[in-house]
Design a protein around this ligand. Structure first.
Ligand code: SAH
Length: 365
């Protein structure tokens, strides 16, 4: 059988292929960084990735209930920690601003919340910044390129489908030891996967029982991000809620994937035009957070988290008020909590300041 034809190379693929021919193969992390963040042609520099005409759909885009429940979590956390004011509500990678707008609708009902809040949105994508501005309407907000630009202060931080954009390196166990998986160029000048030479030592993410063919992934940016979170949370009370799809079992596997117009595609096709992600390694995230002195809760599945925040009761109340929407509401809540859907694939973790130790754990975890 002849393999399906590859789409024509994008301008960014041609540029990367020339660079690789000149300088040698690059790691998957470097490839992801170019494909996602190249200032002229990177996916997250140029595109509106979300929604029916984009490439993927996230939980807040499926149902307003998701953002409302996260709003409840933030408002309750703020009350639990003694209603500090002023305080920062920070979102990492806010997409179209839907999650923040839905959260604030709930938070606005909590006396004092809107008087003390300062909104900070960490977003690199100019078209998405515009969408966020439109979603927030008259509510004032500050935009930043990265979390370390946000001024110090009590912080409540939300990140939904943000960590899966972090570039990963991949390592493959061969007969002679471990190799890094690299992106090189084939005889036709197209990007192709290959393996680097055998490494002198197993990578830190390898496990003793990994057999030949096992693939391990490591996000070099994760320790830096956790340290930036930890510096912020150590100096004042606060909490971070991280929701993403990823692995909690510690199993080996290749999770590097590309989505182009809602379909999985080969990660080296549609370079700069497809969304690239890898699973979040929740075990690594929690261990880094603990080492940085943070308190941690979870991981729990998105299903358990949303159920314990009352998603079914909220769905039923909306159905009673809007009986004609019953099938839509039932279907969208099933996408959010179904075991085979996002409910089982996504997990939730909270990280918090060691100064919160006198308070109980956050709701839902
Ligand atoms: N949280 C949103 C969108 C998730 S998509 C939702 O749930 O709908 C990923 C988001 O992160 C996008 O807004 C993207 O532009 C942003 N993003 C990706 N990498 C980023 C980075 N390194 N710094 C800041 N924002 C980033």
């Amino acid at each position: 059988m002849t393999p399906p034809e590859r789409p024509h190379p994008t301008g960014l693929e041609t540029r990367l292929a020339k660079m690789i021919e000149a300088c040698g193969p690059i790691g998957i992390d470097a490839f992801m960084a170019h494909a996602l963040y190249d200032p002229q042609a990177g996916y997250y520099s140029t595109r509106l990735p979300l929604g029916a005409r984009g490439d993927f759909t996230t939980s807040p885009e499926i149902s307003q209930i998701f953002g409302e429940l996260i709003g409840l979590w933030v408002a309750q956390s703020w009350l639990d920690l003694g209603s500090p004011a002023p305080f920062h509500l920070i979102e990492l990678g806010p997409g179209r601003g839907t999650l923040m707008a839905d959260m604030l609708r709930v938070c606005q009902r909590v006396p004092g919340f809107m008087d003390g809040v300062e909104l900070h949105l960490v977003e690199t994508n100019p078209p998405l910044r515009e969408a966020q501005r439109a979603a927030l309407g008259t509510i004032p907000a500050h935009w930043h390129q990265s979390l370390d630009e946000v001024p110090e202060g009590y912080s409540f931080i939300i990140a939904n489908e943000f960590l899966d954009c972090l570039p990963v390196r991949q390592f493959v166990r061969g007969e002679q030891g471990w190799h890094e998986k690299l992106v090189g160029v084939d005889a036709e000048g197209r990007l192709t996967f290959g393996l680097g030479p055998a490494l002198a030592e197993a990578p830190a993410c390898a496990m003793p029982n990994d057999g030949v063919g096992a693939v391990r992934e490591h996000a070099p940016g994760l320790p830096t991000l956790v340290e930036i979170l930890a510096q912020r949370l150590r100096t004042g009370c606060g909490r971070a809620l991280i929701i993403d799809y990823g692995d909690v079992s510690g199993q080996a596997g290749d999770s590097f994937q590309a989505l182009f117009r809602h379909q999985k595609t080969h990660p080296l096709d549609h370079v700069g035009e497809a969304d690239l992600t890898a699973h979040v390694d929740f075990a690594a995230l929690i261990s880094l957070a603990k080492t940085s002195g943070l308190g941690t809760s979870g991981p729990v599945s998105q299903r358990e988290f949303l159920q314990s925040l009352g998603i079914e009761a909220r769905r039923d109340a909306l159905i009673r008020a809007n009986p004609h929407c019953e099938s839509d509401l039932t279907r969208s809540v099933e996408r959010l909590i179904g075991e085979a859907h996002m409910g089982g694939l996504f997990h939730v973790v909270a990280l918090e300041s060691p100064l919160n130790a006198a308070h109980g754990p956050p709701i839902g975890l």
